[in-house]
Write a protein that binds this ligand. Sequence first.
Ligand SMILES: [Zn+2]
Length: 310
Amino acid sequence: MEDKNKEVMEKGKEAVIESVATPAETVETAAVVAEPVIPPEAAKEEITPEEVKNLLPSLDGWKPVTKLGKEVMENKWDLKSILEAGIKIKEFQIVDKLMPELGHEIIYIGGSPGKGGGSQRTITKKTARMHKSGRRFRISSLVVVGNGDGIIGVGQGTGKEHRNAIEKAVEHAKLNMVFIKRGCGSWQCACGQPHSLPLRGVGRAGSVKVELKPAPRGTGLAVSDDLKKILKAAGVKDAWCRTSGNTSARTNLIKAGFNALKSMNNMKQPNFLEKSLIKNADQNLERSLIKNTDQNLEKTVDQKISEKSE
Ligand SMILES: [Zn+2]
């Protein structure tokens, strides 16, 4: 039995090696397999974030159409350089290819009325329009995508079913990605490490205004739970914030936070801010001042003594 198993294993290994050696064939076969098969879960009313991860589209059967997509297939790019070069991503599979382990966070934008007033927050928002034969529903969702190291995207999606809406939102978020400048703009800290924001940023969406401010190390995220999701995805560890407007409109709150983070890129920073030399420069200045004053003091004392002696 063991010998047979070994043979099977070796055959399997060979098969894997062959398939790796000829990627074009695997892509074609995968395209045949990836026919739209609607799983039975599609009919379900509610969907959990764990289920969504299994339902997300994979790279199987992707044939790049754009120039960027073709170059990505040839491993000529990484995501940060694409975003910094300002090239627009038109195929979400580019992000899947470059960052296969990109996490996503679903914002609870919806609500279903619960017992005794108030509402239970849900991951999707269900809206209705009236038709002569009854109500027609539409479901929308909002998703934040980020690698926790400066790259984030926010996307919105609408569909007839929960899973469609969430899938569309994730795809949209991947087309809507930006690289965010981080830094230490806090005068209390001035460590120069990228744990916070380089400067104060303001973002607006609808009536909501979000103002994000740099905070010293150890502050944490002094923001609401929804804004925490977007700041965590961006890799910001310490921040203060002030909001105004109708912040219970989650969609606008998240969009305003995203705009505030994007506004960090509108300001041109001097090199020494990025290279974290502020603190050292300050220390050097202090040292030199102390030294000079000491020397001056000594000199003056010496002079006075010499003058008196004369
Ligand atoms: Zn700092």
